[in-house]
Design a protein around this ligand. Structure first.
Ligand SMILES: [Zn+2]
Length: 282
């Protein structure tokens, strides 16, 4: 069963790709373990944190949009201590809600790391092909450039098999900056995690929701601006990006969708005694 929600005229469904296990120290960067430990689920015997993979399906103005695609079900080589053994469930979880791959009109990637773009493609016969045959894939031009020209640090997370088949199938639409992808649905630059990372804003009938992408890996990192992951390319920019979007979220009482919190990753930010607080929402 999925979490269907409504923002004004727009329908949302948080749909899971499963669980990703990632080195917990890397997730929290400079923050000492004794400070973050109490806020997160139990680590496994390899000190990995179980991360949710909360993707977002949006129906607006007759269009069906999928934001991020999880790790995918291909047998990809993973960087470091990462485990994707419990992920790759997006297509079956969509099917359980009556949504077939051919129903998706638009895929929007917040960025192209393997856990957000891995499900862009799937194995089809002896080839890798776009998972969503009728979709336009909306990707920021700068992110595409970074992903297709990776460096020593980013190579492990930008996998060619998640990218090239989209271009080969002529389903790639490169975009620049803020773009309205359907009525009330906007891709908005939120740099820090990567230079061209985006969030997705959903606004209709006075209601506002924000898919935070990798602006924060865990809700506690939205509460504490200085808690920035070691994966972020531009950590000082991440802090300013979080400041801007969290202030707006508090002011507008936004429904927030956290990609890597436990499913479904829904919550709201409030302030009490000048401290931000994440309150889970249903
Ligand atoms: Zn991620």
């Amino acid at each position: 069963m999925g979490h269907w929600l409504r923002i004004g005229e727009i329908e949302l469904l948080v749909v899971s790709d499963g669980v990703l296990r990632q080195d917990a120290g890397a997730v929290f960067g400079l923050v000492p373990r004794i400070m973050w430990e109490r806020y997160v689920p139990q680590l496994d015997d390899k000190y990995r944190l179980p991360l949710g993979l909360n993707m977002l399906l949006i129906r607006s103005g007759g269009k069906t949009i999928l934001v991020d695609t999880g790790c995918g079900a291909k047998d990809s080589k993973m960087p470091g201590a990462v485990s994707t053994a419990e992920s790759g469930k997006l297509v079956e979880n969509l099917a359980a809600e009556g949504v077939q791959p051919g129903d998706i009109d638009i895929v929007a990637n917040t960025h192209l790391h393997f856990d957000h773009a891995g499900g862009n493609t799937a194995t089809g016969g002896d080839r890798v092909v776009p998972t969503f045959p009728n979709a336009r894939y909306l990707i920021q031009e700068g992110e595409w450039q970074a992903a297709t020209h990776p460096n020593e640090r980013t190579r492990g997370t930008y996998l060619e098999e998640n990218l090239a088949p989209i271009e080969d199938a002529k389903q790639l639409d490169l975009v620049r900056g803020e773009v309205e992808i359907a009525s009330g649905v906007r891709m908005v630059p939120a740099p820090g995690h990567t230079e061209d990372h985006c969030v997705v804003e959903i606004e209709s009938g006075g209601d506002y929701a924000l898919y935070v992408g990798e602006m924060a890996q865990q809700p506690v990192m939205l509460e504490r601006l200085a808690w920035v992951s070691a994966f972020d390319i531009l950590p000082m920019v991440s802090i300013e990006t979080k400041r801007r979007f969290t202030e707006k979220a508090i002011e507008k009482r936004a429904l927030l969708i956290s990609v890597h919190a436990d499913y479904p990753g829904l919550g709201r930010l409030t302030t009490a005694n000048s401290k931000r607080r994440w309150e889970p929402a249903e």
